[in-house]
Design a protein around this ligand. Structure first.
Ligand code: DX5
Ligand code: ZN
Length: 220
């Protein structure tokens, strides 16, 4: 079986010690850096933008997984490529012409991801799943770290897995929000490929060990 991946979310890092926290992830067993871009319009919060991402990607030595929680993401696809994104995920709810957006992301040489809010039904991906490299299932409402996990996520993962299998797609399933060692195994058993963890990693007293634990549990 393909190894399950761990993606620490820098939203929960210490922004005054960002380079230190990035180096910690570089030396850890984590696979990807997860980077949340919020515009205060699509979600009720503003995180960080282009200059900060540029500073971050000067130090990252692993895949840079950018999660755009912004309206009209088409405006910035080539910008995010230039800033060092390897994967670019847009929200289903923010894209009127999702197929076109995904083609534009791939044309820039990035993996194309689609994020679904907790209320967005998996069936809506029926006609687009074969064009998506990564589906990010929000297991909290987007906008903030440190929220509690929504249990209905397990049903959504199973439905998505069924859709991917039925359509013979190679799409990966990524879970974002409230992930910890308490639910990592159940998420992987339901069909998750990538687990994002923000506060559980960065607020722990030993983040390197916490990442190692998540990685071990996800691959057990
Ligand atoms: C929330 C973000 C998440 C967030 C997860 O809108 O998309 O990536 O950082 O944080 P935790 O793991 O603390 O729920
Ligand atoms: Zn995210």
């Amino acid at each position: 079986m393909k190894p399950k991946l761990i993606a620490p979310s820098l939203l929960a890092a210490d922004f005054a010690n960002l380079q230190r926290d990035i180096e910690m992830v570089n030396t850890s067993e984590a696979d990807w850096f997860h980077i949340d871009i919020m515009d205060g319009v699509f979600v009720p919060n503003i995180s960080y933008g282009m200059p900060v991402l540029e500073a971050i990607t000067k130090h990252t030595k692993k895949t840079v997984d950018v999660h755009l929680m912004i309206v009209d993401p088409d405006r910035y696809i080539s910008t995010f490529k230039k800033l060092g994104a390897d994967n670019l995920t847009v929200h289903f709810e923010a894209c009127t012409h999702l197929h076109r957006t995904l083609q534009a992301i791939k044309a820039e040489g990035m993996k194309a991801g689609v994020a679904l809010n907790p209320h967005t039904n998996i069936n809506l991906l029926e006609d687009i799943i074969n064009d998506i490299d990564i589906v990010l299932i929000m297991s909290v409402n987007p906008g903030f770290g440190g929220q509690s996990f929504i249990e209905n996520t397990y049903n959504k993962i199973k439905q998505l897995k069924e859709l991917i299998t039925r359509k013979e797609a190679s799409t990966l399933i990524e879970i974002d929000g409230g992930v910890s060692t308490a639910n990592a195994k159940a998420l992987v058993d339901a069909g998750a490929d990538i687990l994002i963890a923000g506060s559980f990693v960065f607020k722990s007293s030993a983040p390197l060990n916490t990442i190692k634990e998540l990685k071990t549990i996800a691959n057990s």
